[in-house]
Every structure is written in structure tokens, then in C-alpha cells.
Design a protein around this ligand. Structure first.
Ligand code: BTN
Length: 271
């Protein structure tokens, strides 16, 4: 059973969230909500279907990492998007899918900010962080399923730490939770509803060609994307540079000596 007040909270944001949350699948425990949502989507689940779990046994992060997901210590959810359905054609759908992680970063940051007032920042590409040095509060995992190069669906997974029990003690200096930051319990249902509302609005913006506004909001929420020292492993070896923002496709732009490089994936270390 989902929390009883979830229906009421979703009803309050109905005009903003669009179809997101129209169907909500609540699981007490599942290996990964991204996998559960992908299975449902492959069987035809409608856009906006949300899978929410109390606990995950094999929660996944980017680059094959584990996302610890003990019961009740975090929000673990995944949303089915079908950017190619009933709207823009293939090229536009690919643009929407490419910007999905950045759009979701803005939505989750805004959802948390609206409910709690906590000044959450975004760290490219998929981290929500708090403070200096930044401690990770939430992470995003967007996974697309394509058939013959056409996007069938995108599963957007969100993991948000509500309490310190959400992360293992050995990363306690790099992670945080809403409870630790605020020094009190948090209305997780309100955070979930506001996040879905912001996601619904951000998704509508992307589909209607308003990516520029979203990217501007992203830039305002992502101070580390300008002037931070970064390094990453490339086929040519370790590359070091200074961030110079993101481009219109969501790539991180890095000044390396007298040239600029675009980073689109993989691991970037921030200093
Ligand atoms: C990251 O920071 O690397 C991404 C973490 C994403 C975690 C969420 S929890 C809900 C969904 N299901 C998963 O298995 N992963 C995502």
C-alpha cells in the first residue's frame, strides 16, 4: 500500500504533473525500480507510469555502481517516458531524451527547494548536492530503450536520501540526506509530489521546444559547472581542465590548455 496521503498530494499538483503518476505502482521491495519500470514499459505501460519502492535489493547508479536502498531511508522511484509517442518525430524525441537527465536535475532540485527550502545544487551530469565541499543528496539514472535507432521509452530513476541510513557509513563524508541537512524529519510525500510536478512541467517544456529555458535554469542551479578544476581518463590518458559550462546539447564544456573539449559521458573527477 502506498502512503495514504500520496493520493491527496498527487491530486494537489494534478494540473502541473500532467500524466506523471496517473498510474502508480507501489512495491514494498524490488531489485531495482528502473528494471521494474522497464519491464512494465516493454509490456506497454503508459507514459507517466511511476514505480515507487519502499526498498531496493539491487539499486543501481551510473557507471555500474550500487545505489544503497534500505527500507524507508530514501525515495526510490522510476518514471516511464515515451518522448517519441504522439508528439515530435524521431530527431526531436532524441533531443528530448538527451536532455532528460539535465531536465530531471532541475526538477528534483526545484521539488526539494520548494518543499524544504534547502539550497540544493546540481553537479553535472546527474548528482544533486548540498554544501561546500558538495555532499551528494540524490542521483538520477536515465536509461533509454531503442528499437532500430528509434527511442521506445526512457526510464528515469531517482534516488533521494531521506535519512543517513540511506548510504553506507564509509561514504558519510561525501553523502548527505534531507534529515541530516535540515535537522528534522521531512514530508517525503510532499517532496515526491512536488518533484513529479516539476518533472511534468520540465518534460512539457522539452517536448514543446523550450529547452533553452530549462538549460538556463540548470546553469543557475549548477555553480560547479563554471570554473571548477576537473580531470578524466581519456583514450589519450588523464586530461585536466577547467569547466566552462554546458552547451545546448547538455555536454560539459572544459577548457584544456588553449582548446575546449566537450565531455558527454563517463566519469569526471571534480576538485
Ligand atoms: C547515480 O547517482 O549514480 C544514480 C542513482 C540512481 C538511483 C535510483 S533509485 C531508483 C532507481 N532505481 C535504480 O536502480 N536506480 C535508480
Amino acid at each position: 500500500m502506498p502512503p495514504l496521503d500520496l493520493d491527496a498530494a498527487l491530486a494537489r499538483v494534478a494540473s502541473r504533473r500532467g500524466v506523471l503518476g496517473e498510474r502508480l505502482v507501489y512495491l514494498v521491495e524490488t531489485p531495482s525500480t528502473n528494471d521494474a519500470a522497464a519491464t512494465l514499459a516493454a509490456r506497454g505501460a503508459a507514459e507517466g507510469t511511476v514505480v515507487l519502492a519502499e526498498a531496493q535489493t539491487q539499486g543501481r547508479g551510473r557507471l555500474g555502481r550500487t545505489w544503497h536502498s534500505p527500507a524507508g531511508a530514501g525515495l526510490y522511484l522510476s518514471v516511464v517516458f515515451r518522448p517519441a509517442a504522439g508528439g515530435p518525430g524521431g530527431g526531436a524525441a532524441a533531443d528530448v531524451a538527451r536532455l532528460m537527465t539535465l531536465m530531471a536535475g532541475v526538477a528534483v532540485a526545484d521539488g526539494i527547494r520548494r518543499v524544504t527550502g534547502l539550497p540544493v545544487d546540481i553537479k553535472w551530469p546527474n548528482d544533486l548536492v548540498v554544501g561546500r565541499p558538495p555532499r551528494k543528496l540524490a542521483g538520477l539514472l536515465a536509461e533509454a530503450s531503442t528499437v532500430s535507432g528509434r527511442i521506445e521509452f526512457v526510464i528515469l530513476g531517482i534516488g533521494l536520501n531521506l535519512a543517513p541510513a540511506a548510504y553506507p557509513p564509509d561514504i558519510a563524508d561525501r553523502a548527505t540526506s534531507l534529515e541530516s541537512e535540515l535537522g528534522r524529519g521531512v514530508d517525503a510525500v510532499a517532496v515526491l509530489a512536488e518533484t513529479l510536478a516539476a518533472l511534468g512541467e520540465g518534460y512539457a517544456d522539452l517536448k514543446q521546444g523550450r529547452a533553452r529555458e530549462m538549460l538556463d535554469r540548470w546553469r543557475a542551479l549548477a555553480p560547479f559547472a563554471q570554473g571548477s578544476a576537473v580531470e578524466w581518463e581519456s583514450p589519450r590518458g588523464l586530461v585536466r581542465g577547467t569547466t566552462e559550462g554546458i552547451d545546448e546539447e547538455g555536454a560539459l564544456v572544459v577548457r584544456v590548455g588553449n582548446r575546449r573539449e566537450r565531455v558527454i559521458a563517463g566519469e569526471v573527477h571534480w576538485h
